[in-house]
Design a protein around this ligand. Structure first.
Ligand code: 16G
Ligand code: MG
Length: 561
């Protein structure tokens, strides 16, 4: 690293002193905190993104968002060249530079890291970072900090993509690195044309009642509502009404996918007149999606159709199309058997896991956080992953897609218009519709809509695939949440010693009882999840285990979600 580069880092970082007395951590999906303390972190992540671009010789993404958190928070996360999350190997570097107390110490960490990673740092290679942000008011000034960080690396440039959803930015990074068109309109065009393609392949006779056509979307008062308006323009035939657009309400306050999923009541802007209508909620950066419907006008309690049910719907459809394709032993003839897998976390409702198992599907469990689910899903030809909270997608392997293309070409010449060829075309359309970089509420929503029309199902019919087991989530404020260490995809707490035995003794008291604790990756709390055969039993199990957490970890208090 030459002197010019060194002095550039020193002088620019002196403009962004880190906050005193705060330790920041990259966490489950990037840094998140009150926006007022994030300038220096975002500046430093700008440096990291430029280095990542130099190292990979690819375009890197930086998204400024705190997703479903309150509006005064903000955050930043890095998108790798594939469009997925930052490689986990670089997270410790992110943590250390975010917490370096002085410009000199920051420079030293950067120098050591550059040497260790063998990053060529002579300014002769370009680096490019795409920047996106959600609608938070703090986004503008944090964007400037990120730009300063990027431009403190010689040869690095920032491209501001403006206000975008998180999945849009990930999609753009992926498209750029594949040499494809990567503008917002290209994204809308890809989603709408593949959706139309699925509708063109709807079997004759499938039809949904007119009254069931309407979909009402809760935009969480965030970026999703504005962008969904844009997407709507390129879609015809889909009747979407968007509420909670941010013109009046506050981002994520009493609205959005996180609120709806956890509270199981109507979000603001919805009321008794919506009884029986198919509704969906996005979160603040539109990477989560849940559906719901109001069963009775006398209560605001909703029937929630969560990420587990979306996963189940997708799994049913994909499995069905794959089996049409294999009819007559075609795949066996080819000597190729597509491996379909579904990936869940411990939060998946036990009833969903049973249902998927009964379908004969291979099920894998990972820790919470998209980076873990995504990585696992990539091991399959078709890997479907979802968290109960509504974040997920379907990944198709390159190998499977080339096989499918070839199969489709062969069927087109041998039996054009056959059921088998239609199945191949449907799967190809799904692979284009559903975001391959990260979970995306828009592509998820369009795929749900297409499958419901395909099957002629109402939201009630879909919701009736299986009955959720009653569950309860609590959070416990403890002195040090890192004292909890889990194993087996967070289903067992191995530390502090003895805590799992105490939890097991509680679980044993409840029929169909299941319960686990884990330290949150986004908040300073320990989370408790309990499931049992009745709501009272699930509540009571969660409360008892929260007390156990108090006893073992030293309490600061516990509250519902
Ligand atoms: C983040 C994760 C989400 C996870 C949640 C858990 C991404 C993009 N988002 O929102 O997948 O479910 O954190 O939060 O990875 P917790 O650790 O606080 O429970
Ligand atoms: Mg989100």
């Amino acid at each position: 690293m030459n002197d010019h580069q060194k002095s550039l880092i020193l002088s620019s970082s002196s403009q962004f002193p880190p906050p005193q007395g705060v330790k920041l951590s990259y966490g489950t999906s990037g840094f998140r905190a009150d926006a007022s303390i994030l300038q220096s972190t975002v500046f430093r992540v700008g440096i990291l993104a430029a280095l990542r671009s130099l190292k990979t010789q690819s375009v890197i993404g930086l998204m400024i968002t705190a997703s479903h958190n309150q509006v005064s928070d903000n955050g930043i996360k890095v998108g790798d060249p594939s469009g997925g999350m930052l490689t986990q190997d670089w997270e410790p570097f992110a943590d250390s530079i975010a917490n370096a107390p002085t410009p000199q110490e920051l420079l030293q960490l950067v120098e050591e890291f550059v040497a260790k990673e063998g990053i060529r740092f002579d300014g002769s290679r370009p680096a490019k970072v795409l920047l996106g942000r959600d609608t938070r008011p703090s986004g503008d000034s944090l964007l400037e900090a990120a730009k300063q960080g990027i431009s403190s690396i010689v040869g690095a440039s920032a491209v501001d993509m403006g206000i975008v959803t998180t999945p849009q930015l990930h999609w753009m990074v992926r498209a750029k690195n594949k040499g494809l068109k990567a503008a917002e309109l290209d994204y809308f065009e890809q989603l709408s044309s593949s959706y139309r393609c699925l509708l063109d392949l709807i079997p004759n006779g499938s039809k949904v009642e007119k009254a069931q056509n309407k979909l009402v979307v809760d935009g969480a008062n965030g970026v999703g509502s504005e962008k969904l308006e844009g997407l709507k323009k390129s879609l015809d035939g889909l009747d979407i009404e968007i509420r909670n657009t941010g013109k009046e309400g506050v981002l994520n306050e009493g609205v959005g996918a996180d609120f709806v999923q956890k509270e199981k009541v109507l979000p603001q802007g919805f009321g008794p007149k919506d009884v029986g209508i198919r509704c969906a909620s996005l979160d603040g950066d539109a990477d989560r999606l849940v559906y719901f419907t109001l069963p009775s006008e006398n209560s605001s309690k909703i029937d929630l159709v969560d990420g587990d049910k979306i996963l189940s719907l997708f799994a049913v459809f994909v499995k069905e199309q794959l089996s049409i394709l294999t009819e007559g032993g075609q795949m066996v003839e080819d000597g190729y058997h597509a491996r379909l897998g579904v990936i869940q976390t411990a939060y998946a409702n036990g009833a969903s896991t049973n249902y998927l198992r009964q379908l004969g599907l291979e099920i894998a469990l990972t820790p919470t956080g998209v980076k873990y689910l995504h990585e696992k899903a990539a091991e399959y030809d078709v890997g479907i992953y979802f968290e109960a909270n509504g974040h997920g997608t379907i990944l198709f392997s390159d190998h499977f897609l080339s096989w499918l293309e070839a199969k489709n070409n062969e069927l087109a010449s041998r039996s054009k218009g056959s059921e088998q060829q239609k199945a191949a075309l449907r799967l190809l359309a799904v692979s284009k519709l559903i975001n391959q970089a990260v979970g995306d509420a828009f592509s998820g929503l369009l795929l749900v809509e297409a499958i419901l029309i395909h099957k002629g199902w109402s939201i009630c019919k879909w919701n009736g695939l299986y009955q959720d087991l009653p569950s309860r989530q609590l959070k416990v404020k403890v002195i040090d949440r890192t004292a909890v260490v889990t194993e087996n995809a967070e289903t067992i707490a191995v530390k502090p010693p003895g805590i799992q035995e105490a939890i097991n003794a509680e679980i044993a008291k409840y029929p169909c009882g299941r319960c686990f604790i884990r330290p949150s990756g986004t908040e300073d709390v320990v989370r408790v999840y309990a499931e049992a055969s009745t709501q009272e039993a699930a509540d009571s199990l969660a409360n008892s285990v929260a007390q156990i957490a108090d006893q073992f970890l030293g309490s600061r208090s516990s509250s519902s979600v």
